[in-house]
Design a protein around this ligand. Sequence first.
Ligand code: MV4
Length: 526
Amino acid sequence: MSSRLPLRPVTAVTPIRRVLVANRGEIAVRVMRTCHERGIETVAVYSEVDRAAPHVMIADRAIAIGPAPARESYLVIDKIIAACLASGADAVHPGYGFLSENQDFVAACEAAGIIFIGPRAHAMRLMGSKTEARKTVSAAGTPVVPGDNGPGGNGFPDAASALASARQIGFPVLIKAAAGGGGKGMRLVTAEAEFNAAFDGARREALGGFGDDTVYLEKAIMRPRHIEIQVFGDGHGNLVHLGERDCSIQRRHQKVIEEAPSPAVSAELRARMGAAAVAAARAVDYLGAGTCEFLLGADGEFYFLEMNTRLQVEHPVTELIYGLDLVSWQLDVAEGRPLPLTQAELDARRRGHALECRIYAEDPVKFLPSPGRITHLRVPDGAYVRNDSGCYEGAEIPVHYDPMISKLVVWGEDRAAALGRMRRALDEYQVRGIETNLPFHRLALRHAQFLAGEFDTGFIGREHAALTPRAEGPALEAAMIAAALDAASRGRVAAPTTGATNGAATTAEPAGPSAWRTGARGWRSV
Ligand code: MV4
């Protein structure tokens, strides 16, 4: 295949000796750990509130880059490049968020002679524009959602032309921002009468949010699952996929629980979606770790939505079912080495099931951030339990950054084993001083529909009452009874009983064995 030829000839392998991690929190720690395992030195950068942060403690060297707000520190390209040059780093890992998908940063690294551990700028640019991405991947044969990029593929100039197109597509339609992604600047229009106002709103939001008011149309897929495919490319023309992750359990476009494999994806569907993702990646000569996001409709049809040109937060669930370190793969590719395994070798390695619960410092009822000091922390461990964390007991959770405090990830031989292990790990996890969403996770991992694998992107919205710890009354009772029945029917002791214990399961956890465990199992006498 001619597309196997790299655009840029790959020369010799360039061993990386020192990596600057342009990030903070759990991902910076996670990347540095792999570097250290490979004998690579690490450099941290830190803002004023991160002086004593774990990523600074674990790094071989650390460089201050200014005030707490990210736009004055972690997002300033010149400061990161200067830190690379000052520390003698030969490569930079961007993590996720911050500068990870910024083409100007990739160009600045290239200009300074620093290896950017990620894709080339042109792939980032093509995938950064949602209309360009639709056009490019659809030409490669990857199914995209039926829609219209507008006249000349450049978005719609006015509401009238967009409405005419929407009638052709058929309602409901989504108006999306070309520069968007992650749900920003997106409007659902179910009827013609709402169209003009939604069009103007979407444009205004796109301009405000991205400085670009280009909008396009897609048919709205109702109650979809969010299924994403991990892909990897090297500089030798090899491109593989590492199966899917089901990220349907989201709230306001923030993922909360992820798993691999998806309960909705068969081996046959995985092969088709994997091939579609590889074709999309090949269309932009993709290098390194990337993720193709798809919607999977209730009818089993799948559609490419967008490609994330970075390593994602939820990559550990893929690592656990393949027994691989994807950061190590990123380093291999960045050094110019070929991918360590072929598609057939990867397919043969897959084993078991992995789940990830994102633990957020937030009020589990109102879902509002809950920054502050962690006064007590007990983290679960034991077989096949991984906690990727960027905090510790006594740490202050800053208001300036993402409120995710850790990713609790477990592996099991099958989904039931993974669910049981995650429930056990969640029951052991104790955080005091700040509010967390641990109570949410404990309820979700006992929810009948979740246990049955029957969920879509609307799950949290619909089941909010049953997933809210302080909720009382019919919704919670019904969910708990359903969960208990479901568990009983499988012969597993999974669900807590209804009544005082659950109603009283507060977010501030008491000292000693958790009240949840005591209440849930009933075998620990009080
Ligand atoms: C859609 C969709 C239904 N139909 N596009 C939201 C985030 C962004 N990546 C795309 N999103 C969606 N696009 C069409 N044509 C539904 C969503 C969507 C969604 C997607 C994935 C995960 C959670 C979601 C929650 C609401 C809406």
